[in-house]
Write a protein that binds this ligand. Structure first.
Ligand code: NAD
Length: 304
């Protein structure tokens, strides 16, 4: 199977590396030509100057891009994927996208005899590197079967979610739960710090108790208490995902008051901190509101 891979960012680069390592012939493309050239050389892949070039002669085309709007732009247009991809080929849309947009794109692809499935991922950069991502897959069962060997090079748990778009809905809802868990955990650390508890000790106790979640385990010590704020998942992307989750709530007329507040807080951090921040920098807004900085709390410092 020859694979075109578009979007070589924090996630796309290690995912493309897993495919190259599994022996697939790759053509790679990113909007940043320097990045494309560097990664193509490192992986022994063909560097494609346009999406159409990455798609030409491919059996399968993977997208790992910031948003559905970017995916649509990359698929359509004179130098887009659909201008280069042979009929009968498969598009595996691995970005975190908007279910309704994905369904529209799948319809557009079908007109060109191309099948699109959505296959967003969870696990972040560390699990992209080790090929142990969770991959949610939505769409035609036979198309997912076709993609499965290639998906297995990038992930170790493929979860079939239903028709096309369903995996994108699932991914956004996963990130809603993750975002909520991060926020409530940081609030607990701040309350504890102001009470006099050591935040690092609190993380240990939470991780041995029922308050444990992915943020207490993999984010608080590593990226917040360390003040590194470099998990590799952007704040802008998290806010986008929360918007998608709220869109699904609206479309299904589901009351979601916690989700609305959660999104408002994350969006507030984006406004406060500006673009290009890591999502773990969200803690800085909670710290500002509490007047306490978590890394300093153990020393008794008490200002923001
Ligand atoms: P990123 O910003 O690091 O990378 C995106 C890449 O897309 C960049 O290299 C950028 O140059 C390229 N790009 C942008 N517009 C383009 C265009 N028109 N044509 C070609 N390339 C273009 O983002 P990321 O962290 O790799 O995330 C990619 C997707 O995966 C997002 O949808 C995100 O929500 C999702 N995701 C990210 C993580 C994570 O931990 N970073 C985890 C799970 C899912």
């Amino acid at each position: 199977m020859r694979i075109g891979f578009i979007g070589l960012g924090a996630m796309g680069e290690p995912m493309a590396a897993r495919l190259a390592g599994a022996g697939y012939a790759l053509a790679v493309h990113d909007a940043d030509p320097v990045r494309t050239a560097r990664i193509a050389a490192a992986l022994g892949a063909r560097a494609a100057a346009t999406p159409a070039e990455a798609a030409a002669d491919s059996d399968c085309l993977v997208t790992m891009l910031p948003s559905s709007a970017v995916v649509a732009a990359v698929l359509e247009g004179p130098a887009g994927v659909l201008a280069g991809l042979p009929p009968g080929a498969l598009i595996v849309e691995m970005s975190s996208g908007v279910p309704e947009e994905t369904r529209k794109l799948a319809g557009l692809c079908a007109e060109k005899s191309v099948t699109l499935i959505d296959a967003p991922v969870s696990g972040g950069v560390p699990r992209a590197r080790t090929g142990t991502l969770t991959i949610m897959a939505g769409g035609d069962a036979a198309a997912i079967d076709r993609a499965e060997p290639m998906l297995n090079a990038m992930g170790n748990a493929i979860q079939r979610t239903g028709p096309v778009g369903s995996a994108h809905a699932m991914k956004a809802l996963n990130n809603l739960v993750s975002a909520g868990g991060f926020l409530i955990g940081i609030e607990a650390l701040l309350i504890g710090a102001r009470f006099g508890l050591d935040p690092a000790l609190m993380v240990d106790v939470l991780n041995a108790s029922t308050g444990m979640n992915n943020s207490t385990q993999k984010k608080f010590r590593q990226f917040v208490l360390s003040r590194r704020f470099d998990s590799g998942f952007g704040l802008d992307l998290m806010v986008k995902d929360l918007g998608i989750a709220l869109g699904v709530a609206d479309a299904t007329a589901t009351p979601a008051p916690f989700a609305s507040l959660c999104r408002a807080l994350w969006a507030g951090a984006q406004v406060h901190l500006g673009p290009g921040q890591d999502h773990t920098a969200m803690a800085k807004l909670s710290e500002l509101m509490a007047g306490t900085i978590l890394a300093d709390a153990a020393d008794g410092a008490d200002e923001a």
